[in-house]
Design a protein around this ligand. Structure first.
Ligand SMILES: [Zn+2]
Length: 412
């Protein structure tokens, strides 16, 4: 900030100290650097000049971006209507940018003047004011008097300083602006604090007036000070923003729970509808085909090991089959008793029947092993994929389904 203030004051002295511009520019800039923010009447008191002249000079400085103007309504004591009071302050960021722009354009303008030595018009004619470069006059030369003008045949005058070389100008300018070009990189390396009217006015140094020049105190009219504020819309925008910062690395318990609920929801929504997994004709369920088994809401039922379930299920099935066979045999025996004629054919039939029955038994035995194998294989990845806590598998339905499928496959 000190560097920026120093640069601004130096630039004011550099560019506003020429005879045609009075030194009051420099004094105003100095006063604003010292006082941070000044009302126009205070500044006119400090400068001992009337407000009109002050506004004119400050307008020029404002155009050069060396100072900023802020107008706000204030209500003076004993007045009914507020009046607009003008404040001046320096926005150092804008001032530095303006200085950069000015130096850049100065440098560019001087660089544009510099021409190659072969294009310098160093010979000029005093009679017709024609100008020639050295290459142009070489072919018309008087051995005694020197080069001769192409237009009027007068003797040309050689004056290398007549068109001051751009290089000399540029060097001179660079020397004169060295304090700026040396300061600007330093300012780029640091952060120039933003200086708005509020910050400038907050740190303003009050003007000490003598007893005869006391200014009437005035208060700011807040409602008119913000022309962008709309009446009745003072409470726009968020009142407070609460940010939760969790110190834990991983997700919290609540996040885990919500994530689990979300997964359950997805699993339920992905589950096939009942009319899709269950035959409406036979009532058979086909959920075994589905890699995502139907989720069951029965939480209390503990999941039994798959093999054990299979064994009990298959043993039940086998006993049912044996009972059915026994009933069929009993019926057959009764039928044979009813039929009086005993024949070898019938005995062969009976043997065949028994053979068929045995085949069925063997088939069921095989089927039991196969089905237990397939069901366990089919179940394992599914049970690994999802946690047992979240989704309850309808284990019996699965097993019955796969058994039925196995039977169907074997029949085919
Ligand atoms: Zn001439």
């Amino acid at each position: 900030m000190d560097l920026a203030q120093q640069l601004v004051r130096s630039v004011a002295r550099t560019f506003f100290n020429s005879p045609d511009i009075d030194t009051r520019h420099v004094l105003i800039v100095d006063a604003l650097v010292i006082h941070s923010a000044l009302r126009d009447d205070d500044l006119s008191y400090l400068m001992s000049m009337n407000l009109k002249d002050l506004h004119r000079i400050c307008a020029k400085l404002r155009d050069e971006r060396l100072l900023q103007v802020h107008v706000r309504p204030e209500l003076r004591e004993g007045q009914q209507r507020p009046t607009n009071r003008t404040y001046y302050y320096i926005d150092y960021r804008q001032a530095i940018d303006a200085i950069k722009w000015r130096v850049y354009h100065l440098d560019k303008a001087v660089q544009g003047n510099s021409k190659p030595a072969s294009e310098k018009k160093e010979y000029f004619c005093r009679r017709c004011s024609a100008e020639w470069t050295q290459m142009e006059v070489l072919d018309k030369v008087d051995p005694i008097r020197g080069f001769i003008c192409h237009r009027c045949d007068d003797i040309l005058v050689f004056d290398p300083e007549r068109e001051a070389g751009g290089h000399e100008q540029s060097t001179k300018l660079n020397n004169q602006l060295r304090f700026i070009t040396d300061t600007l990189p330093k300012l780029d390396a640091m952060v120039v604090p933003e200086n708005t009217f509020e910050t400038a006015h907050a740190s303003a140094r009050p003007v000490v007036r003598d007893a005869t020049n006391q200014a009437a105190p005035s208060i700011v009219v807040e409602s008119m000070a913000k022309p962008t504020a709309v009446k009745g819309m003072a409470n726009t925008g968020p009142q407070s923003i609460a940010v939760d910062i969790t110190e834990l690395e991983g997700p919290t318990e609540a996040e885990k729970k919500s994530e689990q609920e979300r997964k359950e929801k997805i699993a339920q929504s992905n589950a096939l509808p009942s009319w899709h997994v269950q035959s409406t004709v036979t009532g058979t369920s086909y959920t075994g085909v589905n890699p995502l088994p139907v989720a069951k809401a029965d939480e209390d039922e503990d999941k039994k090991p798959t093999d054990q379930v299979d064994d009990t299920m298959h043993s039940e099935e086998v006993t049912n089959l044996f009972e059915m066979l026994a009933r069929q045999q009993a019926e057959e025996a009764r039928r044979k008793e009813v039929e009086a004629d005993d024949s070898d054919d019938e005995e062969d039939d009976q043997d065949d029947d028994e053979g068929e029955f045995e085949d069925i038994i063997n088939n069921t035995g095989e089927k039991r092993q196969l089905s237990s194998g397939t069901t366990s294989v089919a179940d394992t990845p599914a049970s690994e994929e999802r946690p047992p806590k979240k989704v309850k598998v309808e284990v019996p339905a699965d097993d019955v389904d796969s058994d039925d499928e196995d039977v169907a496959f074997e029949d085919v």
